[in-house]
Ligand binder design. Sequence first.
Ligand SMILES: C[S@@+](CC[C@H](N)C(=O)[O-])C[C@H]1O[C@@H](n2cnc3c(N)ncnc32)[C@H](O)[C@@H]1O
Length: 226
Amino acid sequence: MAHNLAPTHDTSPSRLSAALDFESLGSSHLPNSSNHSSRRGAFVVGTCVVTCAVIGGVLIPFLSPAFRKIVLPYVPATDVQTRNVCSVLKGRAGQRLVDLGSGDGRLVSAAAEEGLIATGVELNYGLVLYSRLDSLRKGFWKRTNFIRRDLFKTNLSNYDVIVLFGVPSMMDLVKQKLLVEMRPDAMFVACRFPLPNVKPSAQLGSGIDTVWVYSRSDIQKSLSKA
Ligand SMILES: C[S@@+](CC[C@H](N)C(=O)[O-])C[C@H]1O[C@@H](n2cnc3c(N)ncnc32)[C@H](O)[C@@H]1O
């Protein structure tokens, strides 16, 4: 039997009302696709924003030192280097030490283990937080302190021992700072890179693990020679 599929032109009230009922039923029961896609869009944008914020929050503290005038990257001291620093700290329990650019705090913790009261100065706040937790975990929190600060804005006159694992480009500036702020009885310990044109009181280890020890008078003598 053939069905008549041709459009009807019946505009009687009963037919119109049936059509309207069908439309209203349809709009409340069919899924609203434009609502769904806008919610999916908001979810994708939100996920991207959160991901970028997390990646940025983790990476920026590590990358930002690269944009400073003096680039001092995060390179932790080796175990041998740490042992060499500890050797020159023997017999100094109770003295105050500062590690300029303390990284993950390993030299500060090692100094605290030797009985010194040790402070780490570090630009990267993530590393400062890590160092605090790590020294808490190791049980040294009473003798350690970690500060988020620029090492060039740190007053060195408060310390008996000043430690720096720096880079060659900063050593001249550090030398000038030491001459002004270092106490006459204090000791400066340079890791991996020595002070230029200054004869150290002592030298320990070899290669990348070398540690140089300077008194203030060692540094002053280098001026009279220049
Ligand atoms: C070579 S790492 C040494 C880390 C640590 N002292 C060690 O021996 O394991 C240098 C550290 O200095 C930090 N740093 C760079 N510039 C700095 C600045 N102007 N003031 C303080 N810290 C800085 C870096 O973030 C990095 O953690």
